[in-house]
Design a protein around this ligand. Structure first.
Ligand SMILES: [Zn+2]
Length: 248
């Protein structure tokens, strides 16, 4: 398949399912999980901060780390890749589905999920917290007014970061929605994710099995490249601009 064919497939698709990963956030300056371990935090492994065991042992430490990441993502801005996905959602309406592995909330800030289609955050969102007692989810206060840990506005219980930790399952409803969307997609887009992290490979494979065109956007080859119909070897913003026939 050539770029012109991929473009045509995307233009004519009624149902588009998208999966995004860290590569989309990288252009906004959001460091990957491991790259975020600098300075004081360099001596911790992510597993020592982002796991139920770590939180049980030292909730204050884990919250301090998340508060720092929350400040970082609040300062960051959505980039051209986020904006083009919102534009695509506007074009496809309820035929558009976006699942992201990113927890920075940048897709939401760029308008995804509010332009006629659906957005699910498979790994949660670190700009929100979830009650340990009653499961209530709430936005964190602005970084300047935020002292962790937050208390539940509903029951007063302690709240935890609303992200999926090592050793925890992905949210079932979000996963089920993604599986349904990819199974029914005419075009599946896999953007900025290595394919190692579950469930990227499975979603792409299911879309292909049902006859979809699967397009990867990634500057480097990944574990799932071999099964793709077409690949754009570029960063998300430029790769999407090429697929949508626009100047980045
Ligand atoms: Zn509560």
């Amino acid at each position: 398949m050539k770029l012109a064919d991929a473009r045509a497939a995307l233009r004519e698709a009624r149902h588009v399912a998208v999966l995004t990963g860290a590569g989309v956030s990288a252009e906004s300056g959001i460091p990957t999980f491991r790259d975020a371990q600098t300075g004081h935090w360099a001596r911790f492994r992510p597993e020592d901060l982002a796991s139920p065991g770590a939180y049980f042992r030292d909730p204050a430490l884990v919250w301090e780390w998340y508060a720092g990441r929350y400040r970082d993502v609040t300062r960051a801005q959505p980039n051209g890749g986020h904006a083009l996905l919102t534009q695509l959602e506007r074009e496809k309406g309820d035929g558009f589905f976006l699942a992201t592995q990113n927890v920075d909330g940048l897709h939401t800030r760029a308008g995804s999920g509010a332009a006629g289609g659906q957005l699910v955050e498979l790994h949660g969102n670190l700009t929100t917290a979830r009650c340990e007692v009653c499961d209530w989810t709430a936005d964190l206060p602005a970084p300047d007014h935020f002292t962790p840990p937050p208390s539940c506005p509903d029951c007063g219980g302690r709240m935890r970061p609303n992200v999926v930790w090592f050793g925890e399952d992905l949210p079932e409803t979000a996963l089920a929605a993604a599986a349904t969307a990819f199974a029914g997609a005419d075009v599946a887009l896999i953007i900025g994710t290595s394919g190692v992290v579950y469930p990227a490979a499975g979603l792409a494979a299911e879309a292909l099995r049902r006859g979809a065109v699967a397009i990867e956007v990634n500057p480097v080859e990944t574990n799932i490249s071999w099964q793709m119909t077409f690949a754009v070897r570029d960063v998300a913003s430029r790769g999407l601009a090429a697929l949508l026939g626009q100047e980045p």
